[in-house]
Design a protein around this ligand. Structure first.
Ligand code: GRF
Length: 201
């Protein structure tokens, strides 16, 4: 796997920023080869520009199928020699063409302790369910939504008077630590997947 990252975003891009910052400070040995957004107005695109990183908008609209869209994403990534794809608030389900182009080489960050609360509004789900602990999960992306092998997790408390925003703020702080760390672990390559377990060697 090359140490060249492709980061896929849809919005704010604060996790993208955590990767940019970790690389700039030498905590993460990697290069962001390209940032791709499916939304033209994503704030993360500004972050990429400010850091001098190539960015592209590839809208998900107007394709004949999800696979056609995903094939295009895979081509854009492969043509830049991307070795590891990082989904960072990319609000699209990744289809087979992209997963198969990057087997065990796509990471996602999710704001809950999977397998609890997959999908959207994970922080809301955690509050509504009444769990006392939630957190963040970084996992490999497989064809099953939010269900790939877990690289790492970090826990945060859920407080009785938490709003969704308060919990999200507590979780995102941990996300910004977890994502660069997980990317480093995966790039270093001392791991294998056993069944659905990500095991470090
Ligand atoms: C994060 O909470 C991430 O876990 C989820 O989407 C959010 C993206 O935030 N997948 P940002 O765009 O990285 O700021």
């Amino acid at each position: 796997m090359t140490r060249r990252l492709g980061v896929l975003i849809s919005g704010r891009g604060s996790n993208l920023q955590s990767l940019i910052d970790a690389i700039a400070s030498g905590r993460l040995d990697a290069t962001i080869a390209v940032v791709i957004s499916n939304q033209a107005d994503a704030l993360g695109l500004e972050r990429a520009r400010a850091a001098g990183i190539e960015s592209l908008v590839v809208s998900h609209r107007g394709w004949s199928s999800r696979e056609a869209y995903d094939r295009t994403l895979a081509r854009e990534l492969q043509s830049r020699d991307v070795g590891l794809v990082c989904l960072a608030g990319f609000m699209r389900i990744v289809g087979a063409s992209l997963v198969d182009a990057y087997p065990n080489a796509i990471l996602n960050i999710h704001p809950a302790l999977l397998p609890s609360f997959p999908g959207v509004d994970a922080q809301r789900q955690a509050i509504d369910h009444g769990v006392k602990i939630s957190g963040v999960t970084v996992h490999l992306v497989t064809r099953d939504l939010d269900a790939g092998p877990i690289v790492l997790q970090r826990a945060v408390p859920v407080l009785d008077d938490d709003t969704e925003a308060a919990l999200a703020a507590r979780i995102i702080e941990q996300e910004h630590l977890a994502y660069p760390e997980a990317v480093g672990i995966v790039l270093d390559g001392a791991w294998r997947v056993e069944g659905r377990r990500f095991v470090r060697l």
